[in-house]
Design a protein. Structure first.
Length: 358
């Protein structure tokens, strides 16, 4: 779907994976490289069909290692480029991601996560949280990471991801899962209104101008240390300026849920049911996982009696919640590593922290 076609309709019924493609194309992405892996195969399938129609390029690489290095080359020209994969494929991209962070190259990487570790299976999981938020390969490298919880956000956060990648010259990850990627619901294709910035660093051919260099290797004495401090300052700025979150029914809450992505979507139903039972519970949903909304989580926890951290894993984001507050005694964890929790299961956990007999 072209940008003009998307903006001509009010709502579109689409899978989350398809909405990612719509958002990428609307944001001006014209290069996509990838390699098949379930449950994200709708993305390369869609991009393979659409890229040639809009003057773009689609290429199925021979591996995820090849994919990320093709991304590196294209990003160095200042062109907007995207790939998508799932856990094992993202693992294979780690070296290239580190090179891209070190070279300060913007790109968008979509992880529609599946269960692991190892080959795991195609069941939904949030087990890639550590991988997405703590490191981008080796060295002091980070990705900006955004976590949609609806098809609408799969669209809008993908557009935002391209803007953030350009703004900070850094790769950005969209972290979804098998549920949000495969679910279908209507969304509104809001028009893309940002202005793509000039990129005076891009490698566009040196005819008529001085040569430019994009690299991650610094061999002169003190250069690599200075480069790492420069990157750290950028990450600090990202932490200051790009925190995103949602407060849901948090007014008057005595109990708090912290959840992201699909689990947060499910938890909203559980919260509504709990409120109907007279249990004053709300939720703080991190939308940016890096940067994590530490201050907002800390403030929310200050005013409640108990906190439930719910994830589709055995406990990963809960460590960032614990880092955000000294009140570790308030925090309880509920995890399902390879299955989506039901609203009834989360409601049972809410009743438990509220001391309601079941």
């Amino acid at each position: 779907m072209t940008t003009s076609a998307a903006c001509a309709v009010k709502r579109i019924l689409a899978k989350g994976n398809e909405a990612v493609c719509h958002g990428a194309i609307a944001a001006g992405c014209r290069f996509y490289y990838g390699y098949p892996i379930t449950p994200q195969n709708d993305i390369p399938e869609y991009m393979a069909a659409q890229m040639p129609k809009i003057g773009g390029s689609f290429l199925q690489a021979e591996s995820e290692v090849a994919t990320i290095n093709m991304m590196l080359g294209t990003a160095s020209t200042g062109t907007r480029v995207m790939t998508s994969s799932s856990g094992p494929g993202i693992s294979l991209m780690q070296e290239g991601l580190s090179f891209m962070v070190g070279s300060q190259l913007p790109a968008v990487i979509v992880n529609i996560a599946r269960s692991g570790p190892g080959l795991g299976g195609i069941a939904p999981s949030q087990g890639d949280y550590f991988q997405a938020t703590k490191v981008a390969g080796h060295g002091d490298a980070h990705l900006i990471c955004l976590a949609p919880h609806s098809v609408q956000e799969m669209y809008s956060l993908t557009m935002l991801a391209f803007d953030l990648a350009d703004k900070y010259r850094n790769p950005v990850m969209i972290l979804g899962d098998a549920i949000i990627g495969q679910m279908k619901e209507p969304y509104e294709p809001t028009p893309y209104t940002s202005v793509v910035p000039e990129k005076p660093w891009a490698l566009t051919g040196a005819a008529g101008r001085a040569a430019r260099s994009v690299k991650s290797m610094f061999l002169k004495e003190g250069e690599i240390e200075a480069h790492n401090w420069k990157l750290l300052e950028k990450f600090r700025k990202i932490r200051e300026e790009e925190v995103r979150f949602e407060r849901y029914m948090i007014e008057g809450a005595k109990f708090l849920i912290v959840a992201f992505g699909t689990v947060a979507r499910v938890a909203k139903t559980s919260i509504q049911w709990a409120r109907s039972e007279g249990i004053p519970v709300g939720m703080l949903r991190p939308i940016s996982l890096f940067p994590f909304p530490e201050e907002q989580v800390r403030e929310a926890i200050e005013g409640v009696e108990k906190v439930l951290v719910a994830e589709m894993n055995t406990g990963q984001m809960v460590e960032d919640v614990q880092k955000s507050t000294p009140h570790h005694d308030k925090i309880r964890f509920f995890g399902k590593p390879c299955a989506m929790p039901t609203p009834d299961e989360i409601l049972a956990q809410i009743r438990l922290i509220a001391g309601v007999k079941q």
